[in-house]
Design a protein around this ligand. Structure first.
Ligand SMILES: *[C@@H]1O[C@H](CO)[C@@H](O)[C@H](O)[C@H]1NC(C)=O
Ligand SMILES: *[C@@H]1O[C@H](CO)[C@@H](O)[C@H](O)[C@H]1NC(C)=O
Ligand SMILES: *[C@@H]1O[C@H](CO)[C@@H](O)[C@H](O)[C@H]1NC(C)=O
Length: 405
């Protein structure tokens, strides 16, 4: 029985698994030695599975660094029945259907404070879900989380994490849900994240500062939220590649520039596209008339101009089209109907004869500087409709500024 002198963790195992150990005085003396290691396992704790006895000290040492627990959650984190601790859920792990493992942690709304998660989640090898929305966890995310081979949902939103984007997630092949919004992450988002097989990618309300990567549209995500950061540059035309998957694209409150790529109109499954409060310019591409499922479309507070395409206003599912605070100069019959219905908000533009528009002077000043978009011919094309037979030359949009009201 030489194995009794194995390091601490193995020793804990031994006590639990091999019954005679509990009666072995040699071990008991070992245990009485004061230790800096996590709280000792009371010798009679009877774990239902080895895997649970292994993570017990991990959980207890995390409990020890929690600085605030106003809801008294950690009071329940005692004893051998880890599966009954508040926030902890067990299940059969994929590699052994007769075992019991800690499969999921849901701390959402627990209001716990801790300076780090390092040494905690990265040491829970069977974890498949970690949800910790709305706590006060801080620190950087350890590269060691890459060890969590089953993790498919990581939600650490609305905490106080900082530092760079947690690059370790790029190596986590099971991950399908990544929510790191409402933290203080800085720097740039690695373009590889858009190649990863995620369904959900929420990066909003951080301090990411960078040009939107060209491969953005490679993402298979259904929900993509980049809002409230400092993303710059144009909306990549690759966004059209997400046509068979993207349902919601939230780009609002960034510093995006350039003209709207007509490929945005390829997103035939999109119900919400929000690019409000950026620095976008140019006209609205007619391809937006292909967004058959769109319900909410927001381009308010940009520098857009030209006529609002009638095909857009004719879309059957539109419930909210926000174009206020731009420089649009025209709206046709279908669009005016939407204004009446309260669906289209086009206040503070340059449309002659409509209520609540900018002053003539303000509009004149805006159109004083020459404006143009690359690929002007794409703005009149409607990819979902049959292409026009004759290739009539459409007026380039660089001519739009001359189109006065
Ligand atoms: C541990 O639990 C098992 C099953 O619940 C039980 O059969 C066994 O007697 C317990 N052992 C001790 C030492 O309490
Ligand atoms: C599966 O888990 C059970 C319960 O923990 C354990 O007794 C058994 O040895 C494990 N099987 C393998 C192949 O690891
Ligand atoms: C329409 O969308 C805009 C922009 O997202 C929002 O501010 C406004 O409240 C919405 N209007 C309605 C009636 O929901």
């Amino acid at each position: 029985m030489g194995s009794f002198c194995l390091p601490f963790v193995r020793l804990l195992y031994t006590i639990v698994i091999i019954l005679p150990c509990s009666f072995n005085t040699v071990i008991c003396t070992d245990h009485e030695t004061p230790s800096l290691l996590p709280p000792l396992i009371p010798e009679l704790l009877n774990f239902s599975d080895q895997r649970l006895s292994l993570i017990y000290p991990i959980i207890q040492s995390f409990k020890n660094i929690i600085t605030s627990d106003p809801l008294g959650i950690t009071k329940t984190w005692v004893g051998a029945d880890i599966c009954k601790y508040k926030g902890f859920y067990c299940d059969k792990p994929p590699d052994n259907v007769t075992a019991t493992a800690l499969a999921s942690i849901d701390f959402n709304g627990f209001q716990l404070s801790a300076p780090t998660l390092d040494g905690f989640i990265d040491q829970l090898p069977d974890l498949a879900l970690f949800h910790a929305n709305s706590n006060k966890f801080s620190g950087i995310i350890s590269p060691k989380i890459a060890n969590l081979k089953y993790l498919y949902e990581l939600d650490i939103s609305n905490n106080n994490f900082f530092g760079p984007f947690p690059l370790a997630v790029l190596t986590m092949n099971s991950l399908s849900f990544l929510d790191i919004r409402y933290n203080s992450f800085t720097g740039s988002v690695p373009p590889e994240i858009f190649e990863q097989t995620l369904d959900v990618l929420f990066l909003n309300n951080n301090n990411f500062i960078q040009k939107l990567p060209d491969n953005l549209g490679a993402t298979p995500a259904l929900y993509l939220t980049l809002a409230n950061n400092k993303f710059i540059g144009p909306i990549p035309k690759s966004i059209g590649s997400a046509s068979s998957t993207l349902v919601e694209a939230l780009l609002l409150n960034n510093l995006l520039t350039g003209c709207i790529p007509y490929e945005l109109g390829f997103l035939r499954d999109a119900t919400v596209i929000d690019a409000g409060n950026n620095l976008l310019t140019g006209p609205l591409p007619c391809s937006l008339g292909c967004l058959d499922k769109i319900e909410q479309l927001n381009f308010a507070e940009n520098f857009l101009y030209g006529r609002v395409p009638e095909v857009l206003c004719e879309l059957g599912n539109l419930a909210n089209l926000s174009l206020s605070n731009n420089y649009f100069t025209g709206a046709g019959i279908a669009c005016r109907k939407l204004i009446k219905k309260g669906v289209l908000d086009i206040r503070n533009n340059c449309i002659h004869g409509l209520a609540d528009q900018r002053s003539v002077e303000e509009c004149a000043l805006f159109f004083l500087t020459p404006k143009s978009c690359l690929r002007p011919e794409t703005f009149s094309s409607i990819p979902c409709k049959a292409p026009p037979k004759s290739k009539r030359k459409s007026a380039p949009y660089s001519a739009a500024p001359k189109q006065r009201f």
